[in-house]
Design a protein around this ligand. Sequence first.
Ligand SMILES: [Zn+2]
Length: 480
Amino acid sequence: MVIRGGVAALPGEADLVRVDLRVIEGRIAGLGKGIAPAVDEPVVEAKGLAVFPGAIDPHVHFDTPGFEQREDFRHGSMAAARGGVTTVIDMPCTSLPPATTVENLKEKLRAIEGQSVVDFALFGGISGSLAEESLARHMAELAPFVVGFKCYFLSGMESFTRVDHRTFARAVAKAAELGRPLLLHAEDYDYVTAATRAIRGEAGVPGGSKPGAAGAASAGDAAGGESWADYVASRPEAAELTAAASALALARGCEASLHVVHVGTAAAAELLAAGGATCETCPHYLAFSSADFERLGSALKTAPPVKSPGEAERLWRLLQEGRIAFVASDHAPAPFEEKHTGSVWTDYGGIPGTGTLFPYLYSEGLRAGRLDLPRFLEVIASGAAARYGLAARKGSIEIGKDADLALVDPQASRIVRGEELLSKGRITPFEGMRLRGEVVKTFVRGALVWDAPAQPERRGGSSGIVAPPGHGRHLAWGYR
Ligand SMILES: [Zn+2]
């Protein structure tokens, strides 16, 4: 196949370059001006389009198997492809069973089989309730199948519990020994527990990011605050900063193996970067502040919550400087009933995001001038590929790499509609936002997966997805 007539985003280039691409057996085999297609070689006309490396979304909760009323790999991966994402990395905590042992991981892989339209890798989990066994055995057994491990300082999930500080210190050392990063949900347990109790009275049991089989305290027994400001006050910047500082202290000597997920507090990101660890942020922390809760309500609820006005601007700057390594969606939708329980404390903390990750960053990062092109490419793809052992074949447009591509019409613009995201989750804080550019085609290993239809389909369709479910492959660390 030859993709001709477009401009492409090549690593190291300050601007898009007029170049054609030849793809052979799913890999980029040629890059140059005026590549002439052979007689039977298919041609994709890309005149007027910009060719980007397919985005990597290194933090999704696709919930297969176990919580598929919220999301599943088929819908999640379709939403990803529609938004220019060609590889996702799925979290271990929001499936049943959680991916804490090789047996559980294999069960998950069997459940995913035949579902994904994009490539995927997995994280292994360290749940507090199984930590000793994880350290003794499961982490080492999982390592060949996963690109990192994940644990929580604060969790609202009964099926995946928090680790204490000592366990965390041992886990990060073990991860370093195994050559994998340890990902951490960094909010301080002590702070959030005390703050939640103080605000809610005795009903206060802090919820984690993704309530699992059983949620936190049920609605209606709240003795205290019930406003969004109360929820935000229970998990402030200080809770995130304290957790980041603790994590660095506990990871001493293994800082390079520490990666903190979904950071919304600029000071925490600065601290982690200075201490030799990495972190990610998410589009919602860049786009919104706690002031938006009044307008958006639970459509904006995540854990950690979005932070005070002013933080987003600082996060953009840290992203451009490279002190925040990359951006992930933390895609974690939930159905209407779970997002509207009648209490800010029990409404599900999570939003769909994989479908808006690349479009948002393209529009508000690259096109708005907050990110230059080389940083944009690291932020959307090559940064995560390097961190998670996938860079040999993923993350950039280079000869020999997989032909994972997102073709963007820079002249188009699109208003985000939750109903058109192809995810099971349709409640998004980005609803109604106009974004510059439109992903018109997405290729995964040279195969067309998303081909934008003339009319977007609404409510649960899959029009525009032209690859069969199951096209996506499982990628392990060192994939080549
Ligand atoms: Zn998450």
